[in-house]
Each structure stands twice: as structure tokens, then as C-alpha cells.
Design a protein around this ligand. Structure first.
Ligand SMILES: Nc1nc2c(ncn2[C@@H]2O[C@H](COP(=O)(O)OP(=O)(O)O)[C@@H](O)[C@H]2O)c(=O)[nH]1
Ligand SMILES: [Mg+2]
Length: 304
């Protein structure tokens, strides 16, 4: 390794909900650490992935989709993203091709660019989900966005189908500052295992429960006990209302069982050992607006 030309730094993935930020992070580091679902506002915490190559180390932050904060939880989540932008050396701004006949920039994209006033930072425009579009729409999207804003580079990709990711990776050595590696070469993330495990449970709630239940659920890991060949994990799912508790438990516990089995399988893949997962459901009335409860559930107030 040539120390003097080694690059290292922070990259923030930014974009409105559902454009594929978490999918991209998982693809870039080659393993699932950030949860995904075809619902907006799946990601809450900033999950960080690390890629180390011969010439660079990139620490990549997945952020929640930026949206107008309607409650205290949203406010804290948007603050996490704002903070990470100030700390980053490079921004990947993700969006999708304009649909069909449209040639106008999505309001959500405009409000992000305006909200962050993206200063003189290097911003790569990433057009994701090109597998769902056609070359004309992709070109139109690239043209219109570049006419309006000053992007450092533009790259069309499909995170899901692994298209364009190699091009994206060339931007790490190209645009990150000189620096030493901050993490071991084989470290994939610096997000604690407990946090990722809690997120895997929440992912299955997002994917399997309908309506408003998933948005009012928080998962707290109560205990993480390692035995020789097995890890015992005890977690509590907090919901806002008694009716939500009934939905998450399901008929004779069927929903909770499904959520438990599916998340346990993913946790086992992540940790590489057998897992015993015990889930409990509790009501914490209106926790999404309760500052003390929010901090207790892992959503700390950055301003405090
Ligand atoms: N067709 C297609 N779907 C994608 C692509 N990338 C992500 N998705 C899907 O878009 C949805 C939202 O993805 P997610 O990564 O959770 O978006 P985020 O909210 O920006 O983090 C999921 O259903 C993904 O499978 C892509 O390149 N092509
Ligand atoms: Mg996400």
C-alpha cells in the first residue's frame, strides 16, 4: 500500500424515500446490513458500511429518506441526515428516471437539494432503477437535472441488477481526500451488531404488517447472550397502541412467529451462528413524540 496516495473518507447516500439507497449500500459492501422494503421511511438510523480496497477506504452512510418532519421521531431522523452531510467528503444523490412522458424534477428531489443547500461539496448524481426504465427517459432525466444543478458526475445504475456499480466505485479513489484507513480492511460496518439485529426485526415488521403499524414500531434488544455455538437474543417490539399490538401478534401469535422466523434467518446469516430469538410486544403510548422514550429506543437527540 502506498501511504502517500491512499484515500479515505466519508460518503453520504442521500435521496427521497424508496429510491434505493439502502439497496445500494448493501450491494456496495456485498452483504445486507441496512434494511430495505418497498415502503417509504424504512431506514431510521444512519447505518454505515465500509469498503476497503488497495487504494482507498470509503465509509458509506445510508440515510433515511428526507421528508417533512411530522413528529419528534421524524425530526430526529432528519437531523441525522443533516449531520452526516456536514461530515461527508462526497455525496451520492440518488434519484430515479422520470416516469413516461414526464420531464419535470420530482418535488421531493427539489426539496432535498434546497433543504440541504448542498454547498460546495462534490455531489455525484446517481440515477437508480434504470432496469425499470428506457434509455430515452434516463437521458432526459440526466439532461434536465444537470441543466438545473451543478453535479460533479452523473451515473445511471441499477442497484438491484448490479449495473453501473463499478463506475460508481471509481469515484472513491478519484474524489475522496488523502488519508489513512480508519478501520481494519475486513471490517464491513462500524454499526454495532445489536443495532443491525434490531433493524432486521423491524424490517420484517415493515414488510409483513400493513397500514400504520410499521411506522409506529421500535425494536429494542434487551439481551444478547453468547454461548459456545449459539446466541440468545431477547428483544422487545414497542408499538403505539393496543390495536397495533394485536396486529403484530396476529391470530394465535402467527404474525409474531413469521416476523421472528424471517428475522432470525437473516440474523444467523449476519452473525454466522445459530440464533435463538425471543420477541415480546409492548405498548408505549405515543412514543414517537416522547423525547425520553425516543432516546431510550435508540433515537437520540443530536442537538442535546
Ligand atoms: N427495479 C429496481 N428496484 C430497486 C432498485 N434498487 C432498489 N429497488 C427497490 O426499491 C425499493 C426501495 O429500496 P430501498 O433500498 O429500501 O430504498 P431507500 O428508501 O432509498 O433506502 C425496494 O423494494 C428495492 O428492492 C433497482 O435498481 N431496480
Ligand atoms: Mg433505506
Amino acid at each position: 500500500m502506498n501511504q502517500s496516495s491512499f484515500k479515505s473518507g466519508f460518503v453520504t447516500l442521500l435521496g427521497r424515500p424508496n429510491v434505493g439507497k439502502s439497496t445500494l449500500l448493501n450491494k456496495l459492501i456485498g452483504q445486507q446490513i441496512s434494511i430495505t422494503a418497498d415502503k417509504p421511511q424504512t431506514t431510521r438510523n444512519n447505518i454505515r458500511g465500509i469498503i476497503t480496497e488497495e487504494s482507498y477506504q470509503a465509509i458509506i452512510l445510508d440515510t433515511p429518506g428526507i421528508h417533512l418532519p411530522k413528529n419528534e421521531l421524524h425530526k430526529r431522523i432528519v437531523n441525522y441526515a443533516t449531520q452526516s452531510i456536514h461530515d461527508s467528503d462526497l455525496i451520492f444523490f440518488l434519484t430515479e428516471p422520470f416516469p413516461g412522458q414526464y420531464n419535470t424534477i420530482h418535488n421531493g428531489d427539489l426539496s432535498i437539494i434546497e433543504h440541504f443547500k448542498l454547498p460546495d461539496q462534490k455531489i455525484i448524481l446517481v440515477i437508480n432503477k434504470i432496469d425499470q426504465s428506457n434509455p430515452e427517459s434516463v437521458l432526459k432525466t440526466i439532461g434536465t437535472l444537470n441543466e438545473r444543478f451543478n453535479f460533479t458526475e452523473t451515473v445511471p445504475i441499477s442497484a438491484l441488477k448490479d449495473k453501473g456499480l463499478d463506475t460508481l466505485k471509481t469515484f472513491f479513489p478519484k474524489y475522496l481526500p488523502q488519508g489513512i484507513p480508519l478501520f481494519e480492511a475486513d471490517q464491513m460496518t462500524d454499526t454495532p451488531e445489536r443495532v443491525i439485529v434490531g433493524e432486521f426485526v423491524r424490517e420484517q415488521i415493515m414488510r409483513n404488517c400493513f397500514q400504520e403499524v410499521p411506522y409506529g414500531a421500535a425494536v429494542v434488544i434487551d439481551a444478547f447472550k453468547e454461548e459456545k455455538r449459539k446466541i440468545n437474543i431477547f428483544a422487545t417490539i414497542f408499538v403505539e397502541k393496543e390495536t397495533h399490538k394485536r396486529i403484530i401478534i396476529g391470530k394465535q401469535g402467527s404474525m409474531l412467529k413469521k416476523v421472528g422466523t424471517l428475522s432470525r434467518q437473516k440474523i444467523e446469516r449476519l452473525l454466522g451462528v445459530d440464533v435463538y430469538l425471543s420477541l415480546h410486544v409492548k405498548v408505549a403510548k405515543n412514543w414517537i413524540n416522547n423525547p425520553r422514550k425516543l432516546s431510550e429506543f435508540g433515537y437520540s437527540d443530536l442537538k442535546a
